[in-house]
Design a protein around this ligand. Sequence first.
Ligand SMILES: NC(=O)C1=CN([C@@H]2O[C@H](COP(=O)(O)OP(=O)(O)OC[C@H]3O[C@@H](n4cnc5c(N)ncnc54)[C@H](O)[C@@H]3O)[C@@H](O)[C@H]2O)C=CC1
Ligand SMILES: O=C(O)C1=N[C@H](C(=O)O)C[C@H](O)C1
Length: 337
Amino acid sequence: MEALTWSTVFGFKTSQSLRVSRLHLISPGCTQLTRGGYKGSANFVTFPSHAARSCSILASADIPIMVNDCSGKMGRAVAEAVVEAGLQLVPFCLTGPGLQQNVIHVKDVHIHVHEASEKEVILDKVIEMYPGVIIADYTLPSAVNDNAEFYIRRGIPFVMGTTGGDRERLVKSVSDSGVYAVIAPQMGKQVVAFQAAMEIMAEEFPGAFAGYKLKVTESHQSSKVDTSGTARAIVASFNKLGVSFEDKEIEMVRNPQEQISKMGVPEEHLKGHAFHTYSLTSPDGMVSFKFEHNVCGRSIYAQGTVDAALFLARKVQEKATKKVYNMIDVLRGGSMR
Ligand SMILES: NC(=O)C1=CN([C@@H]2O[C@H](COP(=O)(O)OP(=O)(O)OC[C@H]3O[C@@H](n4cnc5c(N)ncnc54)[C@H](O)[C@@H]3O)[C@@H](O)[C@H]2O)C=CC1
Ligand SMILES: O=C(O)C1=N[C@H](C(=O)O)C[C@H](O)C1
């Protein structure tokens, strides 16, 4: 077998595919990461669409974003959002077993795809080539803990969008390590706001729904292997509100016919949707509540992931004491478009 050298691993010389786009850090005195388009690589950029909050953004550092796995559905959406935002997409990614394509194209970036078995050599080279890299992980529940612990060993800040795995172990390993991370099962701004509202309600009015009966139904594309991480997070708030309900009671709908007839999923979104319904009924059956959040496509998660990566970059730059964040922190920090 050919020895792995930098150029054979990646199939090209290091100068190739280095994009010009740069991520911009906040200049002193600018309180928010102002959004509205990151296109361009000028040293100072202002954002007219956010005139009230606009500020000069100093192109003082490069913050490359590596997306694992760009060949997965969510990874691809995030990679596209990274490029659309004018940020630097690292042209390498890690994938699971059974590599389909060595190179995939995301807009004008050619991404070299490598199996996770090569992760050590690939990531070391990425760190060398892209100092300050931030990883966005959208892989599989079975990979969550190993991936997080691997990023931690390499000291790389990361956004963990992948759901499932051992969540307690995940948070503990990051907290113990001192590596910066955003961990969240849900990146869509409005859904995160709903999640925050539920947490606030639970905090303010614990037990308010004591005795109520809860039914939770979630529908996702049939390839989704785990129960909705978002539904689990919302259930945790219902528990604090006094509702007795276990995650295993969440009804998962993965059958396309049922998704159309029972959940009302548009046929064209069978391969990418997340419909959630939470129904509450009072003990005497006289009062009922229903909460729904139905998302078609993946763009809100992809945009939220870019927001999370930028938020993380800022925390790293500020050397923030707090290291582990969720998307409610990102939303509260005013960092979501
Ligand atoms: N936080 C959020 O807002 C959202 C989270 N998700 C989560 O993202 C995850 C991925 O979802 P999809 O993209 O739909 O799945 P997918 O099945 O399309 O993609 C997963 C990819 O991960 C790869 N993979 C498996 N093991 C790996 C490893 N050890 N290293 C690198 N790559 C590996 C697979 O080869 C596959 O290409 C799921 O956990 C899903 O729930 C999805 C949407 C939004
Ligand atoms: O797999 C998905 O698609 C999604 N996964 C996340 C979850 O499990 O909550 C977020 C959203 O539901 C889409």
